[in-house]
Design a protein. Structure first.
Lengths: 194, 194
DNA sequence: TTTCCCTGAGAACGATCGTTCTCTAGAGTA
DNA sequence: TACTCTAGAGAACGATCGTTCTCAGGGAAA
């Protein structure tokens, strides 16, 4: 087995196990078993669990944002439709079997107080998502684009945590309505209700 | 030392330590040291760590909601001011030293996948908060009060997680603006911007 | 004072986990 | 065939942690 393939298999196993059950609930030995990579090579690829955890978070950040952007690109006919498409994507995510919330919020709750690396990874992810939303909003004639992007980010995180804890995927649809209302309220010349 | 005082001291120590560092990062021995309660009596009061954790969450839920309701009662002159007061209270909370996010979201991220008791405690807390917001909204002439309460709950959870991970207490003020906009949009006869 | 019971302090136990070490088997080469 | 190197399997190690056990001390009752 090559180094590169071992890395991929380890990251796949780590993502599945860490996300499903939490980081501290999964031992290195279990990752070895799930990946089929020997313990020796595991520690050659990732010299400590800490480094595997950070690689897992970086990997997941990339995949998550790529999936979101791909969906919005495909489903939003106009820039004006983009914010709603973000929440449509959330709905499909919430419906997936094994959905268990935001990996970064979960990791932060578990290790953010004790691991600066985990805290930084969560911050970087949220910053990147915020920047993505700001990019979408910039194409709209909103009076205060930065404020609107921040509000959409709040709704997004709120929808994720609420859907996670309540178990109700339709949370995304309610968040979508709120997002549409806020977009309308932020564009001069439109009324907020009706 | 009486049974009751031991319980109080244990819950106080558990709340401080669990909230600050995470549940799995704090051992029973450390709680013994911080509370001054002997290990024997600790296990008399709470036969397992699991039960101490659930008691901690129930205790925190009560204190948290009591604090919020007290602030809103004091600071909202009219029902119309209540939603904004909720987010003002959030701002004071975010500013407190040692603020580290929502204890229930953190606990869910850590143990929700593995402990049904923790998952249930988080759900109960969020349900109670949602019910509280619904009670506030019911006093307003909103067209769809349930929808508005749900939206405010989304903003609240979003503000908590964003403030936690970014470390910026002013997140509460941005959430407040969004809340005010949504309240305005939900009341017939008002415009959403301007 | 003697006995009994309860308590606290902390040692001990058993399990788990991250990490390292050992040993063996096999591939490649002369 | 003999030698060398490497990798994998898994034992081993040391630390931590939840929980239980031991033991000494002190107060209450007779």
């Amino acid at each position: 087995m090559q180094q590169e393939e071992a890395r991929v298999r380890l990251l796949d196993a780590a993502e599945e196990l860490f996300y499903a059950r939490g980081i501290q609930a999964v031992g290195m030995d279990e990752i070895r078993g799930a990946s089929g990579v020997s313990l020796k090579r595991l520690y050659q690829s990732f010299p400590s669990k800490h480094e595997l955890v950070e690689a897992y978070l970086r990997h997941r950040d990339e995949r998550w944002r790529t999936s979101l952007a791909g969906y919005v690109d495909t489903h939003a006919a106009t820039p004006r439709d983009a914010p709603a498409a973000v929440f449509d994507w959330l709905h499909t995510w919430f419906t997936e079997p094994g959905f268990r919330g935001c990996a970064f919020i979960n990791a932060y709750g578990e290790l953010g107080a004790v691991s600066e690396g985990v805290a930084r990874a969560a911050r970087d992810h949220k910053d990147a998502v915020h920047a993505y939303l700001a990019g979408l909003v910039r194409k709209l004639p909103a009076g205060t684009p930065q404020a609107l992007a921040g509000q959409l980010a709040l709704l997004l995180d709120g929808a994720i945590t609420t859907a996670t804890i309540s178990g109700d995927p339709d949370t995304a649809l309610r968040a979508r309505e709120a997002a549409v209302a806020l977009v309308a309220a932020a564009i001069p010349g439109e009324t907020g209700n009706g």
